[in-house]
Every structure is written in structure tokens, then in C-alpha cells.
Design a protein around this ligand. Structure first.
Ligand code: GLP
Length: 236
């Protein structure tokens, strides 16, 4: 795992952007795996203000809340539209449909999309409990796209974006760990002290399904971009 320590989230966004830009320059990307949450916002800002054209690329997002339609401001569809797609159109954007009538069928449909469109670079954030996508502790390393129940701690952490904690969806559709591991290259971003323990576990923790991000130790091409606060427990 390559670790790049940066001053802050802004610099982290720039570093991640440079990696994407170089890969695009070398024609190494057809499919970009995207994440939501506050972490990738500075990367998306760099992409939006750049002169890069993404219309030849397709994007595949990690996850979506069950029950939130695309026009709900808390949905990941809405987030991606606001932070990236509105300004920078892609050839096609794939995001799970959280309001599909049949969620199980939607998971199968989405999994097929992932299988048919291998991700070249996957952007990842990380939860305080080391979840990636919405793969909570205990998720099988062999998991594919499925409906997952969010843990209390994730609901609490994500409630900062909602008016009331009771508004936070309890379930999501998430790409599985196996699918994330299929990406050719992974860029994991983590900023702030709240992520320090998860970052430490990602790098030096036992490789265990109790620590979803620890699976990344088994991937041949992971770049971890962290600020000093998130890196603060690495050697502790
Ligand atoms: C959510 C998303 C994850 C994200 C995590 C951290 O649970 N499903 O993909 O990494 O939140 O969010 P934040 O970047 O806001 O800390």
C-alpha cells in the first residue's frame, strides 16, 4: 500500500486528481469508480474546475440509500449530480436505484453492470468503523452488490447530513467487497482525526471481515491519501 500524507483535505483532493489526470493522459481509464460522503468533495471540486473532459468515461458509484429517490437532497444520486455530474458530464453514470420496486433485482442488475464494466480506478472514502462503500464490519470479503443494514454507528455518523437521525435510511444498496477488490487501482482518501483509528486498522490491523478496509492489504495497487490527523495513529 502506498501512503501519501498531505497537509489537508484540499491538498488530498489535488493529489487524487493528479493520479486520475495522469491515468487519463495515459489512456488507462475507461471506468471510474466513485464514492460519496464529505471526503471526496475536494477531489470532485478539482475535477469540476479542471479543463478535463470526462465524456469518454463512464462512472460507477459504490452505493445508494434504500428509499431515497434521486431528487431527494440526501440521496447519493443528488450528491453526485451536485458535486460532479452537473458540471462534468460522463458518457454514462451508474448509481444503484434505491427506490427500485424490487431491491433484490436491482442488486442483481447492478452487479452485472460492475462485472461487465471493470473499474480502472476506484475512489474510496472510509467510515469511522472502517466500512468501505456500505460494507459494514462483518461483511464477507466475497460479497457482491446487495442490500445491507447500516450499523447504529454509521447511522449516527451520517446523521450530520440529515435534519433528524430518524430521517437517516437504515438500509442501502452497496457494491460488495469482492467487487471493490476487482478494481485495477484503488485510491482511498481519509481526512480528520475521526478516521485515524480506521486508517491505522486499514494498514496494520489484522486482515479480518470485522475490519472491512483491512481487505485492501490484499490488493496489489492501493494508494492511501491521508492528512496528518488521519495518519496520527499509524505508528502508535
Ligand atoms: C458513507 C459512504 C462511504 C463513505 C463514508 C464516510 O457511509 N457510504 O462511502 O466513505 O460515508 O463518509 P465521510 O466521507 O462523509 O466521512
Amino acid at each position: 500500500m502506498k501512503i501519501i500524507t498531505v497537509k489537508d483535505q484540499v491538498e488530498g483532493g489535488k493529489k487524487a486528481f493528479d493520479l486520475i489526470k495522469n491515468a487519463m493522459g495515459n489512456h488507462e481509464i475507461k471506468t471510474l469508480g466513485l464514492a460519496t460522503g464529505s471526503t471526496p468533495k475536494t477531489l470532485y471540486k478539482e475535477m469540476v474546475t479542471s479543463n478535463l473532459d470526462f465524456r469518454n468515461l463512464q462512472s460507477i458509484n459504490l452505493d445508494e440509500y434504500v428509499g431515497l429517490p434521486a431528487n431527494n437532497s440526501q440521496s447519493y444520486h443528488f450528491f453526485m449530480e451536485e458535486h460532479l455530474f452537473k458540471a462534468k458530464p460522463f458518457k454514462i453514470n451508474y448509481i444503484p436505484n434505491g427506490v427500485a420496486e424490487n431491491i433484490e433485482a436491482e442488486c442483481i442488475r447492478y452487479n452485472k453492470i460492475i462485472d461487465e464494466n471493470p473499474v480502472d480506478i476506484q475512489i474510496l472514502g472510509i467510515g469511522e468503523n472502517a466500512h468501505i462503500g456500505f460494507n459494514e464490519p462483518g461483511s464477507s470479503f466475497g460479497s457482491e452488490t446487495r442490500e445491507v443494514a447500516l450499523t447504529e454507528s454509521t447511522i449516527k455518523a451520517n446523521s450530520r447530513n440529515f435534519e433528524n437521525i430518524s430521517d437517516v435510511p437504515t438500509h442501502a444498496i452497496s457494491m460488495g467487497i469482492k467487487s471493490i477488490m476487482h478494481a485495477k487501482k484503488i485510491i482511498l482518501l481519509a481526512f480528520g482525526e475521526k478516521k485515524a483509528e480506521a486508517v491505522k486498522q486499514t494498514i496494520t490491523g489484522p486482515i479480518s471481515e470485522d475490519i472491512p478496509s483491512s481487505v485492501l492489504q490484499l490488493h496489489p495497487d492501493v494508494t492511501l491519501i491521508v492528512d496528518q490527523a488521519a495518519a496520527s495513529k499509524i505508528d502508535a
